[in-house]
Design a binder for this molecule. Structure first.
Ligand SMILES: [Zn+2]
Length: 324
């Protein structure tokens, strides 16, 4: 990795790493109503539509936090979620950045549990939807068009399949990217840090049982990394589901600590996983460059990512049911 290109940050989270790298502690089970048996209904994932959603985002052009293009992207996502029968909510906030105060807004939609219990265990699926601010027209097909497209189509499919034993949240976060060229705390993860803080404010922290972050999942040569910050049991659950699905070649990639939106939830003690392929082009050389374009991505990678998540969901539900 050339200097300045890396986002591997083994030094970044020393206290957190010491506390929970081996296996991040799960919150102790809180007394709550029983969880029903997991739903095994098939969930459709229309990969062709997901690909069109990726093309749509690239069509908006560069989409850095605070830009009109990101506003347009957010409004489009909102309309698509609404069309899927979901009720998207905006989470606006203003935060200081190296470029001054910026207005951010996350977007999320919930699929409540089948029981109707407002305190049912909550699993959050996350993608950032901003692109990194560059001094050239950076369109971010893979980062973050791919994960945003995959999460949107997952939301449609899961909403159509109906409520499950657990509640699901589809969370599109603003401002994952550092405003400066380099990733130096606290200049990054603006949206996920805000949402994590809001979980506490709204009393949702305890019911949030797992967070799965999707990022850079459109690489046509797809292989997800093993990030040691990610909660061990959650990573193994997801990767095992991938192997079972015949997608084992796309997981168990290089083991490198990666700083991403999952850290914002790990900092609260919430189990979290970064499902990221951080080898985009030779030695990750397409990452954050003019090379991050549609031709480096594939519809199949969006579909494989979705299949992995969908295969893992029932396992996650079973685990959560067993622990209550
Ligand atoms: Zn990025």
């Amino acid at each position: 990795m050339s200097p300045g290109r890396s986002r591997f940050a083994p030094f970044l989270l020393a206290p957190l790493a010491a506390a929970c790298l081996a296996s991040c502690p799960e919150p102790s089970p809180s007394p709550a109503p029983a969880v029903e048996a997991p739903a095994r209904a098939t969930v459709a994932f229309d990969a062709a539509r997901a690909w069109r959603d990726l093309e749509k985002q690239v069509g908006f052009g560069p989409r850095p936090a605070g830009s009109a293009a990101l506003d347009a992207t957010r409004a489009w996502l909102e309309a698509e979620l609404r069309a899927a029968g979901l009720e998207p909510r905006r989470e606006p906030f203003r935060a200081p950045t190296p470029r001054g105060e910026v207005d951010f807004a996350n977007l999320y939609a919930d699929l409540p549990a089948r029981s109707g219990d407002a305190q049912a265990p909550l699993v959050i699926l996350v993608s950032h939807f901003d692109t990194k601010r560059m001094d050239f027209p950076f369109v971010g097909a893979n980062d973050a068009g791919s994960s945003t497209a995959t999460l949107l189509e997952l939301a449609r499919g899961l909403a159509a399949a109906g409520p499950r034993s657990i509640a699901l949240r589809f969370l599109f976060v603003d401002g994952e990217e550092a405003v400066r060229a380099q990733w130096i705390d606290p200049d990054n993860r603006y949206g996920s840090k805000h949402h994590a803080a809001q979980l506490k404010v709204r009393g949702e922290r305890e019911r949030t049982k797992a967070v799965i972050v999707l990022d850079m999942c459109g690489d046509r040569d797809l292989r997800f990394h093993r990030d040691p910050y990610s909660t061990a049991w959650l990573a193994e659950l997801i990767f095992a589901a991938a192997r079972r699905e015949g997608l084992g070649a796309h997981v168990d990639g290089p083991r490198d600590p990666i700083a991403d939106d999952h850290l914002s939830f790990l900092e609260l003690g919430i189990p979290a996983l970064d499902l990221i392929d951080f080898t985009y082009g030779p030695e990750n050389s397409w990452w954050h460059t003019h090379e991050d374009t549609l031709d480096k991505c594939s519809e199949e990678s969006l579909e494989r990512t979705a299949r992995i998540v969908l295969a893992a969901l029932p396992d996650l539900e079973t685990r959560l049911a067993a622990r209550r």
